[in-house]
Design a protein around this ligand. Structure first.
Ligand code: MN
Ligand code: MN
Length: 312
């Protein structure tokens, strides 16, 4: 990767880091998930980025992939344990980052936060060029268990690429898998800590989709919606991203037509056992020849809002 590419990646990551913290700062009992999500998107674009996937806010036993939808009445409540997962791209360079917020007054979820955050720190400490992903998983597993919790073993971190949100290697949260970190690549590391069994399953209606940017015209699809789908460039999008700009029937017909033609991936929420809690922390790192750089630790994008507007 050349230095201009890395700088673009750093910029996407700083926007993602900024918006992760910004949305976390807006979380309070009574806040609507859809409002927080749309405000996050607004801020991403104001800073000169684009969502690399719809901003996700997942509460309590929902580990990931809860995507608030148009008309979603879900609100945050006191004692919720809330994950914000934010993906940003600039010119296709994808950064992926998440954190967890404890909405209890008595800090009852502090050990979840300490476990997932500590595991991410330990994983980053272990990471470097040539490092076996099994060793990263071993550290994540060790730290989370030291807090009396379980790692979620069927969720993993992943490589990220240009216009690619998930690529090899997978970064496990337990000592398993195969692959090594390669210099010159970016990976997202994302430990999940839970008091449940540590296994998630798909549950509920999907509001996250993905189609190739070359998605073919299929019978029953609406041309304007199909163009909008292709414009995501092969990255995931939310039903809300389409419904805010296109009529319901056109969106539903197009998504159904793409699904029938096997041109649409569908991502429902990923849930632990009801009544349990899950915490997640995630950073995107760049692997240098001699160490790693935590790209999404930066929360100060260099492009000011006004500057971003003139450059678009
Ligand atoms: Mn993420
Ligand atoms: Mn990720």
């Amino acid at each position: 990767m050349n230095s201009a590419e890395l700088d673009t990646w750093r910029e996407a990551a700083a926007i993602a880091g900024h918006v992760r913290e910004y949305v976390a700062s807006l979380m309070k009992p009574g806040a609507k998930l859809i409002d927080l999500s749309l405000e996050g998107h607004r801020r991403i674009e104001e800073l000169g980025g684009k969502p690399a996937f719809p901003l996700q806010i997942s509460v309590n036993h929902i580990a990931a992939h809860y995507c608030a939808y148009v008309g979603d009445e879900s609100v945050l409540a006191e004692n919720d344990l809330v994950k914000v997962d934010c993906g940003v791209h600039v010119d296709g360079y994808v950064a992926d980052t998440a954190r967890t917020v404890d909405l209890s007054k008595d800090g009852r979820h502090a050990h979840f936060i300490a476990a997932a955050k500590g595991a991410l720190e330990a994983a980053i400490e272990t990471a470097g060029p040539g490092v076996d992903v099994v060793e990263i998983g071993r550290e994540v597993d060790r730290v989370i268990r030291s807090h009396g919790l379980n790692p979620v073993r069927n969720l993993t971190g992943h490589g990220v690429g240009r216009w690619i949100i998930h690529r090899s290697p997978q970064i496990p949260n337990v000592p398993s898998g195969r692959g090594r970190l390669k210099a010159g690549t970016c990976v997202a590391i994302e430990p999940f800590a839970t008091d449940g069994p540590g296994l998630i399953h798909e549950e509920g209606d999907a509001h996250v989709f993905m189609a190739k940017k070359t998605a073919k015209k299929v019978k029953g699809s609406d041309p304007a919606v199909l163009d909008a789908v292709r414009a995501f460039g092969g990255l995931p999008f939310g039903s809300r991203d389409l419904l805010l700009h296109h009529p319901y029937d056109a969106v539903a017909d197009t998504l159904n037509a793409l699904m029938r033609a096997n041109q649409l991936m569908v991502y429902p929420p990923l849930c632990e056992k009801p009544g349990t809690f899950v915490a997640q922390f995630e950073h995107t790192i760049y692997v240098h020849d001699d160490g790693v750089e935590v790209l999404t630790a930066n929360t100060e994008p260099s492009r000011k809002p006004a500057e971003a507007a003139t450059r678009n």
